[in-house]
Design a protein around this ligand. Structure first.
Ligand code: ASP
Length: 329
């Protein structure tokens, strides 16, 4: 057990009543179901996104304020980093896989429980919009690779080169050693997962990423997997994830969080419990995962395995804020 973790557990046991984390005699953490994020405010509209997404929020919050649907807002939000060449974890400018190919994953889910996703999509700048087209125009939930590209082109999306000079240079540098080992926050986990509550009280969410940089060709992470990187249930709440997708996929993190909220967990407690599920079974110490949750009432929660996860929150009475998430170790 690392010193940090030990200290964390010690502190937790002393301040359990105050922090909301209870430590039974077995030493295993259990979660106070009602634990709230102290910063929580109730009510919509709300837009909540992984990482620092002020530019993306600036595009999406006027929509929410003017009464647009949460679905339109989350799509508008995700499209901003997708088109930003300086964001090297999403869309255009994303770091490629180890073969030098930019392969994109995205999904979207609406308040009616409809979902669309694309995986291993190349050459299309806005995979989130292709995912929405899959949801709205096909009888399927997910299209992948060549088929996803063909569908995108048939739907009017343009074929583009997404590998920027900067990303290619970084990849060529990486090729010199070609050593791949994911490290905490080193891959610039900037996947945007975003969930929203609109004025009508409806929830939607979206997630888009170029995945782990220098991943094996063909690798798909949690971000386009409904229930892993994103889940929305309009009766209960919505959740999304960022970080090492393999850890999230094996526990279906976003679905788990929404189901825990259904059982009465607050968004904060649900995110913490989802993190506990990961650490029970996985070697997590070197990896980062961050979860966000939003309840139907507009309360939010955030939690990560490691220090360093932050998120952007828009809530009418609070405007845009970047918050540091609480974390496990
Ligand atoms: N979750 C993404 C993936 O595993 C990566 C990230 O969040 O940066 O593909």
């Amino acid at each position: 057990m690392s010193i940090n973790r030990r200290l964390f557990l010690q502190k937790s046991s002393l301040s359990a009543l105050f922090s909301g984390l209870l430590v039974p005699s077995s030493g295993q953490l259990s979660i106070d179901k009602k634990k709230k994020n102290p910063n929580s405010l109730v009510g919509g509209p709300v837009l909540l996104s992984t990482w620092k997404q002020l530019k993306a929020h600036a595009a999406a919050t006027p929509l929410l304020d003017s009464g647009a649907s949460a679905l339109d807002a989350v799509e508008a939000c995700a499209r901003v980093p997708e088109a930003d060449p300086d964001d090297m974890s999403v869309g255009y400018g994303g770091l490629p896989d180890r073969d030098g190919r930019v392969t994109l994953d995205a999904c979207i889910m609406d308040h009616n429980g409809n979902a669309g996703a694309v995986t291993y999509l190349e050459h299309i700048m806005h995979p989130v919009s292709v995912a929405r087209a899959v949801m709205e125009k096909t009888p399927h939930v997910m299209l992948s690779g060549e088929g996803a590209l063909r569908f995108a082109l048939e739907s009017g999306f343009q074929k583009e080169n997404l590998l920027t000079e900067k990303a290619e240079k970084a990849w060529r540098e990486w090729l010199k050693t070609a050593e791949y080992k994911p490290k905490v926050n080193i891959e610039r986990h900037d996947t945007i997962g975003t969930v929203a509550l609109d004025k009508a009280g409806n929830l939607s969410g979206a997630c888009t990423t170029s995945g782990l940089s220098y991943k094996m060709n063909g690798r798909v992470g949690d971000s386009p997997i409904i229930g892993a990187g994103l889940y929305v249930d309009n009766e209960i709440g919505a959740a999304c994830a960022t970080g090492l997708g393999e850890l999230v996929m094996k526990t279906l993190g976003a679905f788990l969080i929404v189901e825990l909220m259904r059982q009465g967990y607050s968004p904060q407690a649900a995110c913490e419990e989802a993190a506990q599920r990961i650490i029970k079974k996985q070697n997590y110490k070197e990896f980062q995962v961050g979860f966000l949750a939003l309840s139907k009432k507009g309360e939010h929660g955030a939690y990560s395995l490691q220090k360093g996860f932050n998120y952007t929150l828009y809530q009418k009475s609070k405007n845009q804020v970047i918050e540091a998430s609480s974390f496990l170790q």
